[in-house]
Design a protein around this ligand. Sequence first.
Ligand SMILES: C[S@@+](CC[C@H](N)C(=O)[O-])C[C@H]1O[C@@H](n2cnc3c(N)ncnc32)[C@H](O)[C@@H]1O
Length: 278
Amino acid sequence: MFKTLEEINSRPAPFEFYTAADLWTNEHTAQQMLQYHLNDYIEASSRNSTFIEKSCNWIADQFNIKGKKVIDFGCGPGLYATRLARKGALVTGIDFSENSISYARTAAKKEGLSIDYLVSDYLEFETTEKFDLITMIMCDFCALSPTQRKALLGKFKAILKPEGAVLMDVYSLNAFEKKSESATYEKNQLFGFWDPNDYFAFVNTFKYEDEKVLLDKYTIIEANQPIRVVYNWLQHFSFDALQAEFKQSGLVMKERLGNVAGEELWPGQDEFAVIAGH
Ligand SMILES: C[S@@+](CC[C@H](N)C(=O)[O-])C[C@H]1O[C@@H](n2cnc3c(N)ncnc32)[C@H](O)[C@@H]1O
């Protein structure tokens, strides 16, 4: 018991473990996540539909997407992809959650929209196609290690047309400052999010001051099951740090925005968005 508690409370090195698939593709949590995506009152997986509508209207105008090739990395149930396709974009959506992609495909079929949905880990994704616009929305870039981010930005550069753009949002240093370390446990934490059976969830939040990384480490303990540990890493960025990552991958950060709906930056915001290109 003491040893287990020590393991639960142990601090890994930044980005030591990558368990995103456990969170998003586990049969039970994938269904919970889909419900979060579709719930306008829970902004854990997607933002609310009013924001998404506004964002897609802005994206359509800003990038003149009619007839253009758009690829959405981590598209989830296609909340952006569907709207962008309705506006005439030729959309590809990529996500490793079969559950979300299945929802997205059904939604597209209902409307007669032709969207190319791929069930794939975007870190493994390869294509020779080129795109006018690459999107990665809801700060998913922040879940990746520096090595993964570098590889992904290299991929973006390779598949981006010469005049194309990358649109993404990230967590700011302001959000990092607001967070503090904690350790809690709760029976059936998040109302059964982790499993249909009873469980205890230990949640350890660690801050890595030098790297500006936050970790929510979830240790899930059920009767007669192996212990599950899910690591939710959140890299937080200054403009300069993000700019440097783009530069290292041969891309240029061209515009800083308040969000992916094109609003201006405001002081003290927890997230910001950027447009990058060649
Ligand atoms: C925070 S959600 C955002 C979904 C969508 N962009 C939105 O805003 O509605 C992150 C999405 O990325 C997907 N995802 C995370 N890591 C992934 C990976 N390595 N490969 C493919 N999809 C991934 C998840 O399944 C999830 O659908």
